[in-house]
Design a protein around this ligand. Structure first.
Ligand SMILES: [Zn+2]
Length: 300
């Protein structure tokens, strides 16, 4: 219901509510919608959005998850896409997961509140663009020290924002330029090679005035994130599983890469335990072993 009780009880309510409609956004915290665990939905741009964390663990989400999803969905009403202001309306996931876009709008960061570098914020600066046809392993990504991001292609890996990035995955930082689908993390998303992934600064691109949007009118929303799959509990679990604290080969996460990491991996691999799914393709098989050995050989 729009407006507060005092507004609605006022003899001047029509004027008050009509004035508020011209500037206020409306948000509903609800359980779930559409039979999925989707975390929310928003008009893009527009004035209505929902936060729906009922399918998360704990049900309703943590305080940070609620705040982050509120800001993410509100960001859509303010005109931000999953790649910031790099837009392809019909295929927005193409620019999701950009390693060079640290924003609450990027699924890699939306619910990453336990990781260094996370902030309840939109992006405050545009990092250098990444040309997926010609990635520079020495230049890396840019950004902040000790901040780990996820990079494609599938299977996704971690990389530091500052420092070289082994896009070719040959264990060394090459001086030749490399082609790689740098933001393809989720296996069931279509590949999107060859894009220029633009850095994006969000705050100067916010669209505060929604009155020219077709979504301004009450009723159905011609343009909304309902056409896409917003962050789900399952996707959040998948993204969490990709983070190891900065070095996947440090399997026992004791910050030292040594033979005990190898032994620990072999133990879980022999047991076909789920954390032996080193390449995160949901199957524990010999490729996980090969990828672990390659990561171990490459070092941290
Ligand atoms: Zn979204």
């Amino acid at each position: 219901m729009f407006g507060n009780p005092a507004d609605r009880a006022s003899p001047n309510r029509n004027a008050i509510l009509s004035a508020k409609r011209r500037a206020f956004r409306y948000c509903m915290f609800a359980n779930t919608y559409g039979g999925t665990t989707s975390s929310g939905v928003a008009e893009l741009p527009g004035n209505d959005f929902m936060v729906t964390l009922g399918g998360f663990d704990p049900p309703g989400g943590t305080a940070n998850e609620q705040a982050a999803t509120f800001m993410h969905e509100m960001g859509h009403t303010l005109g931000l896409y999953h790649g910031g202001h790099q837009i392809e309306w019909s295929n927005d996931r193409r620019y999701n997961y950009k390693p060079n876009y640290r924003s609450i709008m990027n699924y890699s960061w939306q619910l990453a509140d336990t990781r260094p570098g996370w902030a309840l914020d939109y992006s405050r600066s545009a990092l250098p663009s990444l040309n997926e046809a010609q990635l520079d392993e020495i230049a890396g990504i840019g950004g902040a020290l000790n901040t780990v991001v996820l990079v494609g292609p599938v299977p996704a890996r971690e990389a530091f924002e500052i420092g070289g990035v082994d896009w070719s995955r040959n264990g060394t930082i090459d001086t030749t330029l490399i082609a790689a689908d740098a933001n393809h993390l989720y296996p069931s998303d279509p590949a999107s090679d060859g894009d220029v992934l633009e850095g994006s600064e969000d705050w100067s691109h916010l669209l505060y005035n929604f009155r020219s949007s077709p979504n301004y009118a009450s009723g159905s929303s011609p343009e909304s994130t309902i056409d896409q799959v917003e962050m789900t509990a399952e996707l959040d679990d998948f993204i969490d599983s990709l983070y190891t604290g900065g070095c996947a080969a440090d399997f026992n996460a004791d910050t030292t890469l040594d033979f005990f990491d190898y032994l620990d991996f072999v133990d879980v691999f022999a047991a076909s335990a789920s954390n032996a799914d080193f390449n995160a393709d949901t199957v524990v098989d010999f490729f996980d072993y090969l990828d672990f050995v390659a990561a171990f050989a490459a070092g941290c």
